[in-house]
Structures are given as C-alpha cells and as structure tokens.
Design a protein around this ligand. Structure first.
Ligand code: NAD
Ligand code: ZN
Length: 342
C-alpha cells in the first residue's frame, strides 16, 4: 500500500510502499479515504527537537482520518465491514487508575498513531475496534477527517459554561476558529478571536460570526469597550501557545474568570502568578479529547447545525501531498485535507 512515511531522521516525509497491516482479534482494518494534516505532522515534517525526541524512524505518520472498515477481528462484534468511520488516535492502556475510572483520555500510558505507532497517512490503517467512531451518513469524509482537531476545540470550549458569556479565544489557527464556532453554537454572547496573522483572522470572520482582532495593530481593551463589556471577558480559550497571548488574556479577564489552555508554549514561560491569584482566575490544562464523550458531543452538534466546513481551505489528492504540506507550513491555511481515494 502507499504510505507517507518518516523514513529518515531529517526534514521531509516520503511516499513509500508498505505492507497492508495485519489485524489482531480486537482490531479492525480501515481503508483510508481522507486525512487531515495537523500541526503535529508539520513538526514531524520539520524534524524539530520535539519530533526528534518523540518519533521513531521509520514511521507512517498521520492521525486525522476518515475511512471505511474493510476487515474486522474475530472478537469484534459491534462493527461491520463497509461501515464508514473516523477514530480516536490515542491508543490507551486499561490498567492505570484513570483508565479504570473511565477517564481514558487521562491514561498516562497513551500512545499516538502517527507519532509513536504506525499512522493513518496510508491506504490502510489498523486500529483497535475500541478506538473506532462510526460516522453517520450526514457527516462527510472531509469533516470525518478533521474530527480529531475539532475534538480538541470542542473539549476545550466545553471546559466551562459559555452560555451568555463573553469569550476570548487567542489564536485563530484551525483549532481556535473551530472553538469559536463551538462557542457560538452553544450560546456565548460575544466571541472575540485574536491573532497577529491577518489572513487567519479574515478566515475566522468568514467561517464564524466572531469579532476578529489583530493584536499587532489594535488594543483588545478598545474592543471590550466597543462591545460594552463591563468588566472583561468571562472565559478565555488559549489556542496559540504564545506567551503574550496568555498575558493579554489574564489582563482582560473579569475577576473570577476562567481559562482553558490548549496551546502548547515552546518551552518554560514566565507567568504573572500574583495577577492570577488576585483576579481569582481558574486555569484548566486541556489535553486531547475526552474518550469518547467529546466524540458524542461533537457529532451531535454537527448534526444540529454546527458548521466548521469553511475551516478546510485546501484539498489535494495524495500524490500532491507536498503541496498540502507547503500550504500548512505557510502558516496561513486553515485545515488541509488529503484524498487517498484517487
Ligand atoms: P496554529 O499554530 O495553526 O495556530 C496558532 C495561531 O496562534 C497562529 O495563527 C498564530 O499566528 C497565532 N498567534 C501567535 N501569536 C499570537 C498572539 N500573541 N496572540 C494571538 N494569536 C497568536 O495551531 P492549531 O493547530 O490551531 O493549534 C492551536 C494550539 O493548540 C497549538 O499551540 C497546538 O500546539 C495546540 N494543540 C494542543 C493540543 C493538546 O492536546 N493540548 C492538541 C492539538 C493542538
Ligand atoms: Zn491532529
């Protein structure tokens, strides 16, 4: 089968031929139709410090996918050949205290497909049946291929009650934009999204009913005034990984405000803790998606009017994967989806 592989410990990914994976009794084999390129895949392409420390070579990359089940293991009872699906790319253990409490997304033994284990950028993927999420007919493969990052957005956005709240999202990358769509969908009052990249802010405003603010050019306080917010934002969703964005969020939040942190800072970064203490701010770190509560919620929202399709800005056949990666690496795209069916 065709597979997009990290074949050498240097920048790039290479299209290779690999054997179709053999499945075990508790697995399914999925024929991949569409895949999404994630920021993580760009790190792996660039072969940065994180990738060098984390990713074994050779490895088939990719973890955002939609496809169809073509084979089921002998112990698998509730899935069938021909079923369209996406799936959770975090392979979890079942022995930790967190797993045994049903908090699968907090299992410390988690391994990721396309990061630690063979991934989804291939014609076929082996996946434990446990990880499969069937796709309803009204969710197309394009959207199925971006449920993983939509799950990050949904899990972060639903960290706190947003109904009637004024929400600040820092970072208008694909996940920030999808989080804005979720905040709107669940009934936030004002949703403001910041970035320093005007193209991304333009995309955000095109896709969602949000107030885009380029913080390189405009003061966030002015926007708060214009929107007649009395005491600041109620909830902050940090989706840039940028220190300045977090500082600005702490500054513009109300007393007792709440912050969910998804963005990953590049290293240790200083935080003005006294400001956080005196403002009585609650901070929650967010990792991945809840397995499988986030999946249920996002599919239900998609079936009830949540529309994130506009965040997909580029589509390529798999033979043009290099063009897909260069769109992603430009930093100006939304989601890039690759089609494996051609
Ligand atoms: P992305 O890199 O595409 O988007 C981040 C955006 O932040 C960019 O558009 C950038 O211009 C913007 N930005 C930079 N400085 C800023 C500033 N001062 N103020 C406002 N915006 C600023 O990332 P993404 O794919 O949308 O993911 C969002 C973040 O979430 C990333 O940090 C990513 O690493 C992280 N992430 C975390 C998890 C997790 O499980 N915790 C999972 C997926 C992604
Ligand atoms: Zn991803």
């Amino acid at each position: 089968m065709k597979a997009l592989e990290k074949s050498k410990p240097e920048p790039g990914l290479w299209m290779t031929r690999a054997p179709v994976p053999e499945i075990g009794p508790d697995d399914v084999l999925i024929r991949i139709n569409k895949t999404g390129i994630c920021g993580t895949d760009v790190h792996i392409w660039n072969w940065d410090d994180w990738a060098r420390k984390t990713v074994p070579v050779p490895l088939i990359t990719g973890h955002e996918f939609a496809g169809e089940i073509v084979e089921v293991g002998r112990n698998v009872e509730d899935l069938r050949v021909g079923q369209r699906c996406s799936g959770e790319g975090h392979l979890i253990g079942k022995q930790s205290r967190q797993s045994r409490a049903g908090k699968f997304h907090l299992d410390p033994e988690t391994r990721g497909i396309g990061v630690n284990e063979q991934g989804a950028f291939a014609e076929y993927l082996r996946l434990p049946a446990f990880n499969v999420v069937p796709l309803p007919d009204d969710i197309p493969d394009d959207i199925g291929a971006i449920l993983d990052p939509l799950g990050n957005a949904v899990h972060t956005a639903l960290s706190f009650d947003l109904v009637g709240e004024d929400v600040l999202i820092t970072g208008a990358g694909p996940i920030g934009i999808m989080a804005a769509a979720v905040a709107r969908h669940v009934g936030a009052r004002h949703v403001v999204i910041t970035d320093v990249n005007q193209q991304r802010l333009d995309l955000a405003a095109k896709v969602v009913d949000v107030v885009p603010v380029n913080v390189a050019r405009q003061e966030l306080r002015e926007v708060e005034g214009a929107l007649k917010m009395r005491e600041g934002f109620d909830v902050g969703l940090e989706m840039s990984g940028n220190q300045a964005a977090l500082d600005q969020m702490v500054e513009t939040l109300v007393m007792g405000g709440r912050i969910a942190l998804l963005g990953i800072p590049p290293g240790k970064s200083p935080v003005d803790w006294s400001r956080i203490v005196f403002k009585a701010i609650t901070i929650k770190g967010v990792y991945g998606r809840e397995i499988f509560e986030t999946w249920y919620k996002m599919i239900a929202m998609l079936q009830n009017g949540l529309d994130v399709s506009g965040v997909i800005t580029h589509r390529f056949g798999i033979d043009d994967f290099e063009a897909g990666f260069s769109a992603m690496r430009s930093g100006n795209s939304g989601k890039v989806v690759l089609d494996w069916t051609g």
